[in-house]
Design a protein around this ligand. Structure first.
Ligand code: AHG
Ligand code: MN
Ligand code: MN
Length: 325
């Protein structure tokens, strides 16, 4: 095994030592979460926990366990001022914020409906910096992110990071517990005929989304002139990872059923971090009408429509929205 370690990569990239400590704490939390996910059925940690989160969703025992792991691990970081978690209603302040301190946004377990069927889940996270001493504003646009990342608990545990230049993927070596660089400078392949959407919601979609998917489904004989493939894991981390590896587009659009909530996925700890990663890998991320990275949140758990992946596909979806208001 010759590939470099996560620590070596972060050090070589010239990151601040406080940021490296925080990223190493996050890596430790991901390692601990991967362990709990793998042992979930043996420890009786499947099913529902009997509680709901701020969004009214049933919490799974592992949603709570992963959240607790992140709290316990990352709260040690000396310059971490606050945490925003999918599983906690309020912002958790850990210290008086000083300029340059870190803000951590995270979805401790993404795709947790997959746990009972032993399919892939993940963790999504994002780091911003406090702008001025005493500034408690966490409602910042995605373009303010210093780092975005996710961990994928699949057949292998991987951590994918957009920190500084490009996107890198690190694989957890199970014996040593060390994350090692396995995919450097990831780029989304263009021209892949694959889309990812929960098609059971088709009857609720807006006309532009129907028009885009109809074109894909028409295959070789349609306007796209090529047969499309479709995949839906119901775990955004898994979908985004597939797109990074082999291209395509992920769509969770606004529809009649989620319009009142503003969409399905949460901006600060799901969509914005994925948008940063996707853009850093040469792709694009949009609501269909606006660039995700430019959106300024109005509340910590705000939801938004999400269309992200290969830039040529995202532009096509935007063009459909522009043509069919
Ligand atoms: P979470 O498990 O954190 O609530 O997120 C699940 C999200 C996302 O990962 C996935 O793309 C989507 O919800 C699945 O939605 P459907 O239930 O419509 O398939
Ligand atoms: Mn999620
Ligand atoms: Mn979650």
């Amino acid at each position: 095994m010759t590939s470099i370690t996560l620590r070596r990569h972060l050090t070589d990239a010239g990151h601040d030592s406080d940021l490296i400590f925080l990223l190493e704490d996050i890596a430790s939390a991901c390692r601990a979460t991967a362990y709990e996910v793998r042992n979930g059925p043996l420890k009786g940690n499947l099913g529902v926990a009997g509680s709901t989160n701020v969004q009214g969703e049933d919490q799974k025992p592992l949603d709570i366990i992963a959240n607790d792991i992140f709290l316990a691990t990352c709260a040690n970081s000396p310059r971490l001022a606050a945490l925003v978690s999918e599983e906690i209603e309020e912002v958790v302040w850990l210290k008086e914020p000083k300029k340059g301190d870190y803000l951590l946004f995270f979805d401790p377990l993404d795709g947790s409906s997959n746990l009972d069927t032993n399919l892939s889940v993940g963790t999504i996270f994002s780091i911003m910096q406090v702008a001025e001493d005493g500034d408690r504003n966490v409602l910042r646009p995605g373009s303010d992110q210093l780092v975005a990342g996710y961990a994928l608990y699949g057949p292998a545990t991987m951590m994918v990071l957009a920190a500084g230049k490009g996107v890198q993927s690190f694989t957890l070596h199970q014996g040593s517990g060390i994350f090692r660089l396995t995919h450097a400078d990831m780029k989304i392949p263009e021209g892949t005929a694959e889309f990812s959407i929960n098609a059971s919601r088709q009857r609720f979609w807006e006309p532009p989304m129907r028009a885009y998917v109809d074109d894909c489904l028409a295959g070789k004989d349609g306007p796209r002139g090529v047969d499309f493939n479709m995949r839906w894991v119901a775990s955004m981390v898994a979908e985004v990872h597939r797109i990074l590896m082999r291209g395509g587009v992920f769509l969770y659009p606004l529809d009649e059923k989620n319009r009142d909530m503003g969409g399905r996925l949460r901006l600060l700890y799901e969509v914005a971090p994925m948008a940063k990663i996707i853009e850093a890998a040469g792709g694009a991320a949009s609501t269909g009408r606006e660039r995700i990275m430019d959106l300024v949140p109005t509340e910590p758990h705000q939801r938004v429509p999400a269309i992200l992946g290969a830039s040529d596909e995202v532009w096509r979806v935007e063009a459909k929205h522009a043509a069919t208001p």
